[in-house]
Design a protein around this ligand. Structure first.
Ligand code: DQA
Length: 139
């Protein structure tokens, strides 16, 4: 059975409460339910985690080195974490980067992703549906 990691970075535990005009009203638990359902319909499993700490995300990327894929929304770490970029580069597994909002329409500091050069692809601006699109791309 294929195993996929879905990793979410800082402040994404606040989905549903956080800036709903940008991130919508749904919670991360809603995303987890939908993504787990999609995985089980396709004989796959997902390991779903969130942390506000950079080191946790790095440890989980290392842990996922034998997984079938990683779906990663690093939150604001996207824009400056060379440590997360190096963690991705250190594992052989494919990583799809997800952003709920269209970062390119927002503040200039969000236009840069330091992790994109080491990811397989990026899904941006499709709201929480982006996580499902990422899983579908793996399936
Ligand atoms: C985000 C975009 C980032 O710029 C922001 O810091 C986030 C969420 C997104 O999913 O749209 O925390 O990654």
């Amino acid at each position: 059975m294929k195993t996929f990691y879905v990793l979410n970075g800082p402040n994404l535990n606040r989905l549903g409460k956080r800036e709903p005009d940008i991130y919508g009203n749904e919670t991360l638990e809603n995303v987890e339910q939908r993504i787990s359902q999609l995985a089980s319909e396709n004989e796959a499993t997902v390991i779903f985690r969130q942390s506000n700490h950079e080191g946790d995300l790095i440890d989980w990327i290392h842990e996922a080195e034998h997984a079938s894929g990683i779906i990663l929304n690093p939150g604001a770490f996207t824009h400056y974490s060379y440590a997360i970029r190096d963690a991705i580069a250190s594992v052989p597994v494919s990583v799809v980067e997800v952003h709920i909002s269209n970062v390119h329409k927002r503040e200039p500091f969000r236009h840069t992703s330091v992790i994109s050069p080491v990811t397989t692809g990026q899904i941006v601006g499709f709201g929480l549906k982006g996580y499902e699109l990422a899983l579908q791309s793996f399936l």
